[in-house]
Design a binder for this molecule. Sequence first.
Ligand code: NAD
Length: 296
Amino acid sequence: YKVYSSLQSEGLEKESIFSDFEVLHAHTARLEGKVALITGAASGIGKATASKFISNGAKVVIADIQQQLGQVTAYELGPNATFIACDVSKESDISNAVDFTISKHSQLDIMYANAGVACNTPPSIVDLDLAVFDRVMNINVRGVIAGMKHASRVMIPRKTGSILCTASVTGLMGGLAQHTYSVSKFAVIGIVKSVAAELSKHGIRVNCISPFAIPTPFVLEEMSRIFPGVDIQRLIEITQNAGVLEGTNCEPNDIANAALYLASDDAKYVSGHNLVVDGGFTSFKTLEFPAPDQVH
Ligand code: NAD
């Protein structure tokens, strides 16, 4: 009202003020009327994305294995967020989460299969713990494809939808993480291409985002295994300083912005894509020559 009054006192016509507000609203509420289901949204990237989607007009169902934290997160995000307990390694939990979303909001426009875990297994292939490998694949790969399966079930009849998932820079290059985690993310990028191929004929887009390292709880847990005894603040610093783009670092909100773009109609012709958010890390390698004065 204050803005309206001051614009009116500057002599602007009522109609012109309201049409400007409409343009502003359309720009800021890019998911108006949409319903999203986000797995692993009690914390980190999923939580930041839930918050971003809600501030852009969406209703969001937060699905996570952490019941208490999930409920706190939903409460924090306000009336447009609802929590449902879900372990993505159980197909029935994913199916329930999709059905719950439909019963609550009558539709599902955006499925973000984001939940993922790191792995605690010796780094060498020689010592690979295959039980850990199976557990991580169950969550990071099977959980993602199960999310796509059940989202498709309700999206295909409506001939519209946007499916997202979180891959990683470790799914683009070897050597950035333990084999198990890295392989799981290579698989996610493959799943996106395979499923996008089929769902394109139903008007459904399928994309993923590949973030660089962000000091969220699971990364810090992994870092504390690599650097035992080092305090948390130092681990955050080490993670943030690992990037190549000077003056900034990768944050959950950067991924939420990428997800907002891919989920919204701004990306209406984008499918099968892996949107890499890494400050250029996987795009180049600089040559490391010795300093000229040391070459004789
Ligand atoms: P996070 O630890 O903050 O969040 C992960 C969430 O997933 C947690 O809330 C956790 O409870 C939930 N979760 C774990 N197992 C689950 C299961 N079986 N079922 C349902 N929910 C489960 O970490 P984050 O960084 O926000 O991770 C989100 C995604 O981003 C993961 O897929 C991760 O692999 C990916 N990723 C993270 C980074 C990073 O550096 N943080 C980089 C690349 C990719």
